[in-house]
Ligand binder design. Structure first.
Ligand SMILES: Nc1ncnc2c1ncn2[C@@H]1O[C@H](COP(=O)(O)OP(=O)(O)OP(=O)(O)O)[C@@H](O)[C@H]1O
Ligand SMILES: [Mg+2]
Length: 261
């Protein structure tokens, strides 16, 4: 396992024995995980194991309910906070299925969100859009996307790029990316993966939810976790992802001493 990079301003997301679900159904079953700035964690796991549920619960999606356990950001529970308050504290989620928001332009959305997250910075509008354009360039996105309604009519891959753009612009301290690599064409995958890798710094922690090693070829995680049945059943270094790619999940289910539901 690689050493965590040297950190400056430290943020810690601490998920403690979390039980949560939706519509009365328990999906997360005692999940614990700590993500610190300077670390890249990958979560892998079969379809339906609860990865997106975890991301929604962390962000405070109102449909999801926490039954037991806690989520602390820098030592303080965030479970009572609204999603926008969590975002202001530096938490970010790039959705697996980004929502279309007709009526809100991507550029204005970024501008409003940026001001809320970085109220101390007084950027001129032109300066801000220059800053956004640079990041669009990094992602090979045409600047015209800024004037389009958020995700409205975007292709699958364009939506994923727009999610990563939000991360690059808003500079969260803990970023959760839920399958940001899915739906991207071969070239876009490399572009987006390199952008994520460049964004990773001692000042942020990144939680990558992914099914494939190919993203991790560009963004090397410090830790890889396997989630099955709503909890983490195995953790390791980046070599674990390569092993999963080769062998799938059956060997973990077989060797796991934790009851897998
Ligand atoms: N509203 C709901 N009602 C009932 N079950 C739900 C609801 N939302 C999610 N689930 C179930 O919770 C389980 C976990 O779903 P989740 O989306 O978290 O899985 P995932 O690990 O992200 O899967 P994938 O790899 O396919 O994205 C699934 O079995 C899903 O059907
Ligand atoms: Mg999912």
């Amino acid at each position: 396992m690689t050493e965590p990079r040297e950190t400056t301003e430290m943020t810690v997301l601490d998920i403690r024995r979390l039980y949560a679900g939706v519509e009365g159904k328990t999906i997360l079953r005692g999940l614990s995980l700590t993500v610190k700035s300077g670390e890249i964690h990958a979560i892998m796991g079969p379809n339906g194991s609860g990865k997106s549920t975890l991301s929604h619960v962390l962000m405070g999606h109102p449909k999801y309910e926490v039954f037991k356990g806690d989520v602390l950001l820098d030592g303080e529970s965030i479970l009572e906070l609204a999603p926008n308050e969590r975002a202001q504290r530096g938490l970010f989620l790039g959705f697996q299925y980004p929502m279309e928001v007709p009526g809100v332009k991507l550029g204005s959305f970024l501008n409003i969100a940026y001001k809320r997250m970085h109220p101390e910075e007084e950027l001129e509008v032109a300066e801000f859009f220059g800053y956004v354009d640079e990041r669009m360039d990094t992602l090979n996105m045409d600047a015209s996307f800024g004037a389009r309604y958020l995700n409205d009519g975007f292709s699958g891959g364009e939506k994923k790029r727009a999610e990563v753009l939000q991360m690059l612009v808003l500079r969260p301290s803990i970023a959760i990316l839920d399958e940001s690599d899915s739906g991207l064409d071969i070239d876009a995958l490399k572009t987006v993966a390199r952008a994520i890798d460049k964004f990773a710094s001692p000042e942020n922690g990144i939680l990558l939810i992914t099914h494939y090693q190919r993203l991790l070829d560009f963004v090397t995680p410090d830790y890889v976790h396997v989630m099955i049945g709503g909890k983490i059943v195995k953790s390791g270094g980046s070599d674990l992802a390569a092993k999963l790619e080769e062998l799938g999940y059956k060997w973990i289910k077989d060797e796991s001493t934790i009851e897998v539901i």
